[in-house]
Design a protein around this ligand. Structure first.
Ligand SMILES: Nc1ncnc2c1ncn2[C@@H]1O[C@H](COP(=O)(O)OP(=O)(O)OP(=O)(O)O)[C@@H](O)[C@H]1O
Ligand SMILES: [Mg+2]
Length: 174
């Protein structure tokens, strides 16, 4: 199968839920045809940042520039894309969307460990409690392609990775 036939997979979820950890494991376990793209890192490296939200201490992306950059990459397929939001990507980019979920106590500790300010911790924990990103994914994509996976423990990591690997296998057999 050529790279053009490979699907794109979106890994989304609240900051700290465990997306990067899952993507790193996935890109090791899936064959080398898949490229792991961390949107936050790309935006920083390529300066696709419009301004900085001082209160929440986070960059506000220049979405148009970012989307223009990603378009040809996504068109060629075989990408695992990570971002803590999902509603501004074109729906056609992704054949599968996985939302990493995390218990709020564990998430709180992880965000505290990052030394996020109280407001940022509270806002992200609240986002997870309300399932905001999962809701966003269900609204932005066909709900048949949206799956929740857990990112709390190493056992979850194994299971979530296996689930996605199985999805890729099933896709390849189609
Ligand atoms: N399944 C897991 N089991 C145990 N620890 C995990 C798991 N997933 C992530 N972690 C730990 O939680 C912290 C946050 O994880 P990670 O960086 O993957 O989150 P993220 O969702 O990518 O966050 P961001 O949105 O900021 O990129 C890290 O210290 C990571 O090692
Ligand atoms: Mg990450």
């Amino acid at each position: 199968m050529t790279k053009t036939n490979l699907p794109n997979i979106l890994i989304t979820g609240t900051p700290g839920a465990g997306k990067s950890k899952l993507c790193e494991k996935l890109s090791k376990t899936l064959d080398g045809d898949y490229k792991y793209l961390d949107v936050s890192k790309i935006a920083k490296q390529k300066d696709f940042v419009e301004e900085f939200d001082e209160e929440l201490q986070c960059p506000i992306l220049d979405e148009d520039k970012l989307l223009d950059y990603l378009e040809p990459i996504m068109e060629s397929g075989g990408n695992i894309l990570e971002y803590h939001g999902c509603d501004f990507f074109p729906e056609r980019w992704f054949q599968s969307v996985f939302v990493v979920r995390c218990n709020n106590t564990i998430l709180f500790d992880r965000l505290k460990e990052r030394n996020y300010n109280d407001k940022k911790v509270a806002s992200n924990v609240e986002c997870e409690i309300f399932g905001t990103i999962y809701e966003e994914a269900l609204e932005a994509y066909n709900e048949d392609i949206v799956t929740e996976v857990k990112g709390e423990s190493l056992k979850d990591l194994e299971e979530s990775c296996k689930k996605i690997k199985n999805w890729v296998r099933a896709w390849n057999r189609k």
